[in-house]
Design a protein around this ligand. Structure first.
Ligand SMILES: Nc1ncnc2c1ncn2[C@@H]1O[C@H](COP(=O)(O)OP(=O)(O)OP(=O)(O)O)[C@@H](O)[C@H]1O
Length: 603
């Protein structure tokens, strides 16, 4: 059997995608031997799976078992070394081989660009920081909840962002990332005033429109609690932009309007939900930073990585360690660092001084069942997670881990929660109700996927309301937008609800600003019903009560990060549905994305 035939079989069996085999075919037509053609297919598949590169030393299990002999590393390397389709770093060839890592050229470029620009930022001499205002009780930070010998990590995070041009503030839900950044902005303004320099221009951005809107909402809420917030108001932008918009990326173009030759007009760029930012976007962002600019990434290192390739935030955090600073920074921050601050042994990773992990959730108390469950999942400790689930009060965590009564009961429960919306006419009340409960699934397809759950709940509600199930626009139908539509002011992930106006006309209401607004169903970009949504789609949103449904059989997408993200979407209470062994399998599976970023930054 020829390689082409084997590749097609691998494709038919789902081990490769059509686009992977097409690239191998292209290679064969351009003089690649079978090993190089296979390398093209596998490198492309690796990117499709979220990796930045294909590690030749870890090429297991091979996509094409019967190709094992051609995957034998020495022979493979020999073919790659001799092929004109494979180049060294810096060469313009379709594949780049750097040490043991094989890249598609574009991804090598993104990774090298990101590392180069980050190194320039972290290599800039740190600024002196006056820690006094950060230490004074009540001036910026409240110390009442911190023990005498405990470090106030929010204050340290603000000091870190002041000291450096690049900083990551990572923390779980409600650990005060927005709270900290608002106080940091206050310090930056005071600093500019003291130096008699112009007020810094601040840009706020997030990877999705939904996350940008939520960032703005958190900022507004936080401002209301901040003393002298009027001074801050004018320096904060009216809106947070999507990264696409900030960088001037239009439609399908990959070249942004802003890059190193035309940098962003901002002194400080603050990006929320940075775990969702993929490698190409992060590379474009750092490339567009002005030379003097300050970049602050906010996010949760434990959340699901971006849909596209790379898990930049998690990698940066992993490469930095947890809050172990170098000797100079320890000295500079001495009044802020208490005996609980970890010490790190040299040599310290270059990012150690730039990443701060916030530890305390102000939304979940330390003994909250959801918080403890999330911590056990992060620690990969399935027994501890099961302990939390068993001991939790049912109003906090309700576990249906027997795989028994299954989907019908869940469909019934979620349909019953939505039923009152069928007769709701007030958009404010209807939208608030949507934020109260959400069914989350691990996948979109399959019997426990969001598609079939949406259909089942839709049919169940139509039966109850006496509607024809073919009806699409009925009052009470919740929908989720699937594509950004700047003209309509709607973004991927925005959630709306169909209601009838007084004349019975259907309108779809969204809470995308301070007031709900209505659009005609015909004016909407691509959308779906959203009685259920995938955990991926739910990133950046929170709901009072979450039903988290695990699949009945294990699947590679089910990971610790997916579980953590699903659990932490719940503000108050959580119902877990699915077999215990699947829950345990998910806790045991940590997402690993191959990349050379950490090595490049250390180099
Ligand atoms: N040090 C603090 N003292 C008192 N309240 C705080 C403190 N830090 C945060 N909070 C409160 O906790 C809540 C969550 O804070 P914030 O929104 O800043 O967290 P976050 O990490 O940005 O959350 P999210 O994960 O939702 O983005 C807010 O109501 C905020 O006012």
């Amino acid at each position: 059997m020829s390689l082409a035939q084997r590749l097609r079989r691998a494709c038919a069996e789902g081990r490769l995608r059509a686009v992977d085999t097409a690239l191998a075919d292209w290679g064969l037509r351009h003089g690649a031997d079978e090993r190089v053609a296979l390398a093209l297919a596998l490198a492309n598949r690796a990117v499709g799976e979220g990796h930045t590169c294909l590690p030749l030393d870890e090429q297991a299990p091979p996509a094409i078992p019967e190709e094992n002999p051609i995957c034998e590393t020495a022979a493979w390397r020999q073919s790659l070394a001799e092929s004109r389709l494979v180049g060294e770093p810096g060469e313009a060839r379709p594949l780049i081989l750097e040490g043991e890592r094989l890249y598609l050229h574009r991804y090598w470029q993104y990774e090298a660009l990101l590392a180069e620009r980050l190194k320039a930022m972290i290599g800039t001499a740190p600024a002196a920081v006056d820690t006094a205002p950060l230490e004074r009780e009540g001036e910026l930070f409240d110390y009442a909840w911190v023990g005498d010998e405990e470090t106030h990590w929010q204050a340290v995070a603000a000091a870190t962002a002041l000291r450096h041009r690049f900083c990551v503030i990572s923390g779980g839900p409600g650990t005060g990332k927005t709270y900290t950044v608002l106080r940091l902005v206050k310090l930056l303004l005071a600093d500019a005033a003291a130096r008699q320099t112009p007020v810094p221009t601040i840009a706020l951005a997030a990877p999705t429109g939904k996350a940008a809107a939520r960032m703005m909402e958190s900022m507004r809420n936080g401002l209301a609690d901040l003393p002298d917030s009027e001074a801050l108001g004018p320096s904060l932008p009216e809106d947070a932009a999507t990264l696409h918009r900030l960088l001037g990326l239009r439609g399908d173009t990959t070249r942004p309007r802003h890059d190193r030759d035309n940098p962003l007009n901002a002194d400080v760029v603050i990006v929320d939900e940075a775990s969702m930012v993929d490698l190409p976007m992060m590379a474009k962002l750092v490339d567009a930073m002005p030379r003097h600019g300050r970049l602050i990434l906010l996010g949760d290192r434990y959340q699901l990585a971006s849909v596209e390739s790379g898990s930049v935030l998690a990698e940066l955090c992993r490469a930095a360690g947890v809050n172990g600073f170098g000797p100079q920074q320890r000295e500079a921050f001495a009044p802020l660092l208490k005996s609980d601050a970890p010490t790190a042994d040299p040599p310290l990773p270059p990012l150690a001084d730039h990443v701060v992990t916030l530890q305390t959730s102000h939304r979940f108390t330390a003994d909250s069942a959801i918080g403890r469950l999330a911590a056990s999942v992060n620690a990969g400790d399935a027994d501890s997670a099961m302990g939390v689930i068993r001991e939790a009060a049912p109003e906090a965590i309700e576990a249906r881990l027997d795989a028994g009564d299954g989907l019908d009961a869940l469909v019934e429960t979620v349909a019953a929660a939505h039923a009152p919306l069928l007769s709701e006419s007030d958009p404010v009340a209807a939208l608030a109700r949507l934020g109260e409960i959400q069914l989350l699934t691990a996948t979109r397809v399959g019997p426990t996927g969001s598609d079939s759950l949406n259909q089942a709940i839709h049919e169940r509600l139509c039966r109850e309301a006496g509607l024809d199930p073919a009806e699409t626009w009925y009052p009470g139908r919740p929908i989720i937008i699937q594509h950004n539509d700047y003209r309509a002011g709607l973004f991927n992930g925005d959630i709306g609800i169909c209601l009838a106006d007084k004349a019975g006309r259907r309108r779809v209401w969204f809470q995308t600003g301070e007031q709900p607004r209505a659009l005609l169903p015909t004016a909407l970009p691509q959308h779906d019903s959203v009685y259920a949504m995938t955990v991926h789609k739910s990133q950046g949103s929170e709901f009072e009560h979450v039903h988290l449904l695990l699949p009945a059989v294990d699947t590679p997408v089910l990971s610790r990060e997916l579980l953590y993200t699903g659990i932490t979407r719940a503000r108050k209470s959580l119902s877990l549905h699915g077999p215990e062994d699947i829950l345990r399998a998910a806790i045991g599976r940590q997402t690993r994305r191959h990349s050379g970023l950490a090595e490049r930054l250390a180099g």
